[in-house]
Structure formats: C-alpha cells, structure tokens
Design a protein around this ligand. Structure first.
Ligand code: ADP
Ligand code: MG
Length: 329
C-alpha cells in the first residue's frame, strides 16, 4: 500500500537557520499522524512544504502519491490545510465564507449553499451562520477555519496546531471533529505542542525537535520510552534531594531531575508508588510533597533529549552559528 504522506530527508534552510535537518516520515491512509514539538521545532515549515506552499532545500516528499514539488497542482486537489490555505475572511459571515470557497472550487450556487449549510451544521455553527466571522469566539473561528478547509472534501488534511490557545472545551470539540474525519477515511497530519492531544488523536506520533525527528511510535510506545506520568517528591529537608533522587532514579529507570528541592522523574508504571514510599520511609526521609501527575511536553523532551524545550531557541541559534562557521571554513 502506498502511503498517503511520505517525506524523505526533508531539509529547509532560511539563511543561517536550519529549520529542517532531514525529516523523514510516513502516514498511512485514513490515519492521524501527530507531529509533536515545541515552538520553533519546524512543524509549520514541514507542513507548508508538504502542502506545496514552500519548497524544501533538499529531500523529497509525496502526498497522495504525487510529488509535492513537481506535481504540486495534483497535490493541491487532494489536500486541505487549516488557516493559510483556506483563508477565512473576517468581514464575511460563516455562510458567505464557505459559499465563496465552494464557488471558487467550481460548485454551482445551489451546491455551494448546500455544502456551506451542511458544514456549518456539522461544526455547530448554524446559529452563527449569518454573523461576520470577526464576531466569532476563538473556538468558533477554528471550527470555521476547519470547515473552510473541508469544502473541497480533501482526502488528506493538514492541521497545524489547530487547538493552540483554545480553552479545554473548544479543544475537546475539535478533537471530536478530527475523530469524525478519520472515521470518514480522511488522512490527517496534525501538529501540536500538547502531548495529550497527540495521545488522544494520533495513531502514530513523531516527536520533532530543532528540525529533527527524535522519537517515533504510537502513544503507548513513547510513553513506555519516557513515562506517561511524572512523579514529584519534595523532601522536607532540602539537603535530602540527592538521596531522594537516588531512590526514585533506582526505581524509575530514568535519570531524575532535581530543581529547587523538587525531585521529578517520568515513570511508566504508577504501581511503583508504594515502593517509593517504602524506600523513602526506610531511609528515614521525611517528605513534604509526593505527587503523580501527567507528564508535560517539556518533561517528555527532557527525557528524550536531556534539554528543556525552552532552551531550544538559544541553543538553536548557537548551533546555527556553529554550522555556518563549519560550512564557510
Ligand atoms: N520564513 C522564515 N524565515 C526565517 N526563519 C524562519 C522562517 N520560518 C520559520 N523560520 C525558523 O525556522 C524554525 C522553525 O520554525 P517553524 O517551522 O515555524 O516551527 P514551529 O512551527 O514548530 O513552531 C524557527 O527557528 C523559525 O524561526
Ligand atoms: Mg508553527
């Protein structure tokens, strides 16, 4: 079976910035590929290349079996992209926006109206259909963007951070919509900064960092690799930090981190908790705080790369400067 999306060794340079450093990935038809990474990782750059809006400096990609560079017009007939490509007009109403796009795609006036009404209904926007898009809330606006990208019934959809900045309820609404699309056989490439979002939606996840894929697998595989939850222990005596780190590190199979008296470590198996408590007790260490919570993306990153995602900008700039020196030498 051919892949709906296939990229091999994609590289992109913007002057000194090496935004993509050889990205390879595949997505099977009818699945959701989650691309998980922090700000500046290269998610938008990669999405734009796959959606034919930008050209790679090196590498090769096919979408729907067509080359994104040499067969871009064929690719565009198959895809939808939220935001840029669909282009919602703030001054137009929900209906007007969707009808306009449908007309541009060659549907008749009546077909266009019917398609607009159907999509507005599906995305719970019927009540707001005759209001200008500029009056919409953030969540409604994202749903209209998504509806606009679906007017042409794309087989392959690119959603670039579709829920960033949305409240939890709107995020949940969008997740439901994405699930509905894949049930209809649409292939979705979804970029996100949220581990939970990738976990909820993606069949397969690639983790991207500084233009490189640093991990790849199902949500369960990644969790097993880095731990889906984080154990936090704060000893009452700050001086006990290293002793606590030794104990939890021993049980967690991953290097714990000690920051300002708080010891944290990603763990795959919450069943280890009683053992942690027992060992701390045996060692006579009094604990002020003991908690198990979902790992943040930053913690997943720390576990995978040994650095925090907020260190990335500074480090990427240093690396870019270093790389320039090498190539010019
Ligand atoms: N048009 C551009 N010109 C110069 N640098 C860019 C451009 N677009 C993106 N970059 C840089 O490329 C890197 C990746 O950016 P981007 O793909 O937007 O990341 P993400 O979408 O994951 O936040 C960043 O360092 C960013 O500053
Ligand atoms: Mg982006």
């Amino acid at each position: 079976m051919s892949h709906a999306i296939r990229a091999e060794g994609l590289e992109k340079r913007f002057g000194e910035t090496h935004a993509l450093r050889g990205v390879s990935l595949t997505a099977d038809a009818g699945t959701v590929l989650g691309v998980l990474g922090p700000n500046g990782a290269g998610k938008t750059t990669m999405t734009r290349i796959l959606a034919t809006l930008s050209q790679a400096t090196a590498g090769h990609a096919e979408v729907g079996g067509f080359d994104v560079r040499t067969e871009a017009h064929r690719v565009r007939q198959l895809i939808g992209l939220t935001g840029q490509y669909a282009g919602v007009d703030e001054m137009l109403t929900g209906t007007e926006n969707l009808v306009l796009i449908a007309r541009l795609l060659g549907l008749s006036r009546n077909e266009s109206k019917a398609r607009a009404a159907e999509l507005l209904q599906r995305f719970a926007l019927t009540d707001a259909a005759e209001r200008a898009a500029k009056t919409y809330s953030g969540g409604m606006r994202r749903r209209l963007d998504l509806a606009a990208s679906l007017v042409g019934r794309p087989q392959i959809l690119f959603l670039d951070e579709p829920t960033t900045g949305l409240d939890p309820r709107s995020r949940g609404d969008l997740w439901e919509i994405v699930r509905g699309l894949t049930a209809d056989g649409v292939t979705v490439l979804l970029t996100t900064q949220y581990l939970e979002e990738a976990d909820q939606l993606a069949d397969d996840i690639v983790v991207i960092d500084r233009g490189e894929i640093i991990a790849h697998g199902t949500s369960d595989m990644l969790k097993a690799q880095v731990g889906g939850q984080t154990l936090e222990v704060r000893p009452i005596q700050a001086g006990d930090g290293e002793a606590v780190a030794a104990i939890v590190g021993d049980l967690a199979d991953a290097p714990p981190e000690v920051r300002e008296g708080l010891v944290s470590v990603p763990i795959a198996d919450p069943a280890m908790m009683p053992a942690v408590v027992r060992r701390l007790d045996d060692a006579g260490i009094a604990v002020g705080e003991l908690a198990l919570r979902k790992s943040s993306l930053d913690e997943v990153f720390f576990a995978l790369t040994g650095h925090h995602s907020d260190d990335i900008d500074a480090e990427a700039n240093e690396l870019a400067a270093g790389a320039t020196k090498e190539t010019s030498a």
